[in-house]
Write a protein that binds this ligand. Structure first.
Ligand code: GLU
Length: 444
């Protein structure tokens, strides 16, 4: 089968960690099968959808490396939706209804007070032509509902949730089009999935009931349903989808110095039985993506865990992968020396300043003599191979110092800080002349 998946955000806001995860699942499954990944902009809500958000969604996907093979937008397809609505109307599967929101609300309240499920009573189906004409003469415009087939039990095998069954009697005929003509998401999505030959719909479990309804729409249009998989939702470390998590997007993650691959590595495995691993390409994520590995429990997302994963990934990034983002003049050797000390690539700036910039550190008086000796030794020694090893063993012998008393004053004088990258790697990068002058300066 030629797998086709789609990611269908509404361009009414920026992507956040929850829908980035949905995009990723769809992308991984398409790539895993050599299939196609579609970006479908669900922009039927003309008021709230903007070009700016559409552009931001593309940019975010681009940064993540989740590049769509094709893009559609629902606003280009209104003619097609009208055509399908007319067909479904002729077939008796959609009907106009005239109740106002208040009337519907009242009906629901009455049902609930009688202990009945608040399912729409289909009063609109019983309207005569005269009733409808009267409403229209009153200035009411109809909204449209899809008529569920009560005789057809709804069933699908969900890639993540297993067998799913719904009794259509317990569901209201869904409203598919509003009275002013705008489309709700339900029917256009099904029309698109059919026309775009989508084979797998992967989305959050907040869509499970929609799927029940949509399965009947596929049937009504004589089409086979795609396969469905509904992932358990993402929750914050405190157990619910917090406001912060709901708005945590690419901008904020970039600012935190999170690498796109770190986010993908985390989001691909969170909520599954597979371990989160510090991968540096998406290949292992693609190969390892299987719906059977998903659990049913909410997946906990923790920013600190992501930051820790990010650090492990940064430690493995090769020079060519980061070269464009490094300070000017920084060499592969410098990157490799500094890399183990970074949590984010951006932090490299501070360490590069230690190598390339100006360091001034006054040592305490009891170290002055030792540092003068160090400066003299560094100046005279042969600066090849392993200058740090040579310098420290010479100083150990001459001063009798060992351990911390030997190393710490040197590190402080040479870098200005008490810990950091391996001195053996840093010293050749700082260079002989600069090392000598830093040692001398620290010696007062
Ligand atoms: N626009 C819908 C949403 O963002 C798409 C749901 C779907 O994947 O069908 O929730």
């Amino acid at each position: 089968m030629n797998v086709i998946t789609r990611f269908a955000p509404s361009p009414t806001g920026r992507l956040h960690i929850g829908n980035i995860r949905t995009a990723l699942h769809n992308w991984l499954w398409a790539r895993n099968n050599g299939g196609k990944f579609i970006l479908r902009l669900d922009d039927t809500d003309k008021e709230r959808s903007t070009e700016e958000f559409a552009g931001a969604i593309r940019e975010d996907l681009d940064w993540l490396g989740l590049i769509p093979d094709q893009e559609y937008r629902q606003s280009d397809r209104f003619g097609r939706y009208d055509e399908v609505l007319a067909k479904l109307h002729a077939a008796g599967r959609v009907y106009p209804a005239y109740e106002t929101a208040q009337e519907l609300d009242l009906k629901r309240k009455v049902q609930l007070s009688r202990g009945m499920p608040p399912v729409y009573d289909r009063a609109a189906i019983g309207l005569s032509d005269t009733d409808r004409a009267r409403y229209e003469a009153d200035g009411r415009r109809p909204h449209w509902r899809f008529k569920l087939d009560h005789e057809s039990r709804i069933h699908w095998y969900d890639g993540i949730r297993g067998d799913q069954d719904f009794d259509p009697h317990l569901l209201s005929d869904p409203v598919i089009r509003r009275e002013e003509g705008s489309w709700l998401y339900m029917l256009p999505s099904v029309i698109d999935d059919i026309d775009m030959e989508v084979t797998h719909v992967v989305r959050g479990e907040d869509h499970v009931t929609n799927t029940g309804l949509q399965i009947q729409m596929f049937e009504a249009m004589g089409a086979e349903s795609p396969a469905f998989a509904h992932a358990a939702l993402l929750v914050g470390s405190e157990g619910k989808l917090s406001k912060r998590l709901g708005s945590l997007g690419v901008e904020a993650l970039k600012e935190e110095g999170i690498e796109p691959i770190a986010l993908l590595a985390k989001l691909a495995r969170i909520g599954t039985s597979q371990p989160v691993e510090p991968v540096i390409t998406s290949e292992p994520l693609i190969r390892g993506f299987h719906f059977e590995c998903f659990g049913r429990a909410p997946a906990r997302f923790d920013m600190e865990e992501l930051a820790a994963l990010n650090a492990r990934i940064v430690h493995q990034l090769d020079y060519p992968a980061v070269a464009a983002r490094l300070p000017k003049g920084m060499t592969p050797a410098a990157w490799e020396a500094i890399r183990p000390n970074l949590k984010t690539v951006g932090q490299v700036e501070d360490w590069w300043a230690v190598i390339d910039g100006h360091v001034e550190q006054q040592a305490p008086a009891e170290d002055h003599e030792f540092l003068r000796l160090a400066a003299a030794t560094a100046e005279e020694m042969d600066w090849v191979d392993n200058p740090w090893g040579a310098l420290t063993s010479a100083l150990k012998e001459q001063s009798g110092r060992t351990g911390k008393a030997l190393f710490l004053p040197l590190r402080l004088a040479l870098t200005g800080v008490a810990s950091g990258p391996e001195m053996a790697a840093l010293l050749p990068l700082i260079g002989q002349q600069e090392s000598v002058s830093r040692l001398r300066a620290a010696a007062g």
